[in-house]
Design a binder for this molecule. Sequence first.
Ligand SMILES: *Cc1c(COP(=O)(O)O)cnc(C)c1O
Length: 365
Amino acid sequence: MQPKQSIVSLPVYQPGKPIEEVKRELGLKEVIKLASNENPFGSSEHAKAAIMKELEHISIYPDSFSTDLTAAVAAYLGVERDQIIFGAGSDEVILMLARAFLTPGDETVMADETFSQYRHNAVIEGATIVEVPLKDGVHDLTAMLAAITERTKIVWVCNPNNPTGTIVRHAELEAFVRQVPSNVIVALDEAYIEYVTDEAFPDSLALMREFKNVILLRTFSKIHGLASLRIGYGAAHADLIRMVNQVREPFNTTRMAQAAAAASLADTDFVGGCRDRNAAGRAYLYDEFDRLGLHYFEAHGNFIMVDVKMPSAQAFDGLLRRGVISRARWAHHPTYIRITIGSPEQNEAFVAALEAVLTEAAVLG
Ligand SMILES: *Cc1c(COP(=O)(O)O)cnc(C)c1O
C-alpha cells in the first residue's frame, strides 16, 4: 500500500490523558483533568434537555444545512445566514479550510507555538509551513506579515493563543489585516472568545465585515461545554463560506449537536456565569503563582501557561501521581505546563499538588 507521502511521518495528535486511564494506572480514586480546556462547570441544562428531545429522531439523518442553528448563530453575530458554516468542532472547519485552499507548493503562515491543527492539516495537504516564533508568548504580527509571500494562501491567528493564552489587541490586528493581501485568507481562531474580559480584544466581527478574506473560527466545545458533541463554526463573507462548503461532508454535524448548540447559545446566564467564574479562578491562580514565585503568561482563555522551573515532563509526572492531569512538553517552553482553570475545588487541589511537586524538586525552599 502506498499512502500519500505527506502522511507517512505525520505526528499523531496526543490528546489529554483520559481520567479513567489515570485512575486505573495509578490506583487513584480522585483525578482531575485540567489538560484539555474543557468547561469545569459542565454544560447548559437547556442543552441537555434539547439533546433528550432529539433522541426521538436519531434514526433520521440530521439537517445538512443546520437551518435552525444557522439562523440562531447568524442572529447572534448579526450576519447573514450564508456567512456561516458548521463543522464537527472548529477542528473540522480548520480541516475544510486546508482541504479547500492548500495544495503542494502553497505556503501557510502560523505562529510557533500555536494550536497544532493548522500545521497538521496543512502538512496533509502537502503545503509548506511557515512558522513565526512568538514574541514573549504573543503572536508577532509584524514578523508574520513579513513572512507572507506570493505563495501564501492562509495565515492563522489564534486569539487567545493556545497554548500561551495571550491575545493580540484590536489596533494591531486591524493594522495587520489591512496590510495582508486580499487574496490571502486570515483565519482568526477564537475558540476562547467568550472567556475574554480585556476591553481591547479585537472587534473581529467588524474586521470580518470589512475584509472578505477574514474568517472567524468559533466553537461550542469550550465555554459552552459541548466538547463531546463536536460542533463549531466558521463565519466569513458568503463567497468564502461557499468555497469552504464545497468540501464539507453533507452530514458533518449531528442532530444532538445542532439542537444543543442552539439551546446553549440562548442560555446567556450559563455562559456569563462560566465567564465570571473563570475570571475568579484566574485571579486565584495568578495570586498563587505570584506567591510561589512562578512566571505565567497573561491568560485570556480558560487556561494558564506557567513556568514550573523544572523540566515540564517532571512536573507533569509529579502532578499526575497526585491526581492532576496537566499538559506539558511544549517545544519552546520546556519548563512550562498548561493548566485549565477549573472549579474552585479543582484549582485548590491543583495548587496543593503543585506546591508538593515544587517542594519535592527543591524549587521551593
Ligand atoms: C479547542 C480548540 C479548537 C477546536 O475545538 P473543537 O472541539 O474542534 O471545536 C480550536 N482552536 C483552538 C485554539 C482550540 O483550543
